[in-house]
Ligand binder design. Structure first.
Ligand code: ADP
Length: 268
């Protein structure tokens, strides 16, 4: 059986970004002065959207890499690959961004392996070079190249934190969830659901965020709010959507789930 549902088209151009302070002008000026940028903040609060918005605004190509614990320097710089019997050098996303003079965005940089820092250091000081040991090249980054990295201090532990020698190479912008009325506007714009129906969901998310640190590692993000509102806009009953998009992804603990469900039932 197939169910025909109206599909909201994905936007070609990056969707709008609702600023929370002066981060757009700070980004632009950092870019103009060739300074690398570090974005700090909880997951799903708009960091990736901000970078794609700024890349489009500045007319720059953007390479985004989601870092993980197996990501090594060669995944960013490139490797020799066997192609039809020949060995061919293939640029990684960082090398491509340097050659093109675009923005390279490394999301959750603390997850990456330690050798990544070695590659980033000469790019993030006044040398602005990317040495490619394997090819013997030394690429000088053009003026328009910018390195942007992000991390979530909430996940930080002793093993995974940015070393001072790395973090002190970046201008840092701190992100947090938007004020209530702005978050309602964003979730409504992203999902198509009316403000009045989004408002209690945002209130619930804010209450859940207040519980962070007690029984929850992370609160409900704007991303989860967008998912929840999108499900409701697609016809899923409100309570079902809240359970699926705002509660189940947050916890595996039955007691915590019950407490969050009771909180949801009191608000929606
Ligand atoms: P992060 O990179 O911080 O994990 P994202 O940028 O992917 O988070 O944000 C998740 C989603 O939340 C976005 O896809 C977008 O729908 C929405 N969002 C969050 N903040 C904003 C904002 N300030 N303006 C527009 N959309 C936002």
């Amino acid at each position: 059986m197939t169910i025909a549902l109206p599909i909201r088209p994905a936007a070609d151009a990056p969707a709008y970004y609702s600023p929370s302070a002066n981060e757009c002008s700070l980004f632009e000026r950092a870019w103009a002065r060739r300074l690398p940028l570090l974005l700090k903040g909880p997951t799903g609060c708009g960091k990736t959207r901000f970078v794609s918005h700024m890349a489009a605004k500045l007319g720059l190509p953007l390479s985004t890499v989601s870092c993980h614990d197996d990501l090594a320097a060669a995944d960013l710089t490139g490797r020799y690959l066997l192609m039809g019997g020949d060995t061919v050098w293939v640029d990684g996303p960082l090398t491509r961004a340097v050659r093109e003079g675009g923005i390279c965005y490394l999301d959750e940089i603390v997850e990456a392996r330690k050798d990544v820092a070695v590659v980033l250091h000469p790019l993030t000081d006044d040398r602005r070079i990317l040495p490619l040991e394997r090819t013997g090249e030394q690429l000088a980054a053009p003026a328009s190249f910018m390195l942007v990295v992000s991390y979530n201090p909430g996940y930080q532990n002793l093993l995974k934190s940015l070393k001072p020698s790395t973090r002190q190479r970046f201008v840092a912008i701190e992100f947090d969830f938007l004020p209530k009325s702005d978050e309602i506007a964003v979730v409504s714009a992203e999902s198509g659901l009316a403000d009045a129906q989004v408002a209690p969901l945002v209130e619930l998310a804010r209450r859940i965020r207040a519980l962070k640190g007690h029984d929850l590692e992370e609160g409900a993000s704007t991303r989860l709010l967008v998912y929840c509102a999108s499900l409701i806009d697609a016809g899923v009953p409100v309570r079902e959507a809240v359970l699926a998009a705002m509660i189940a992804p947050l916890t595996d603990e039955p007691d915590v789930k019950t407490a969050l469900t009771e909180l949801a039932d009191s608000l929606i």
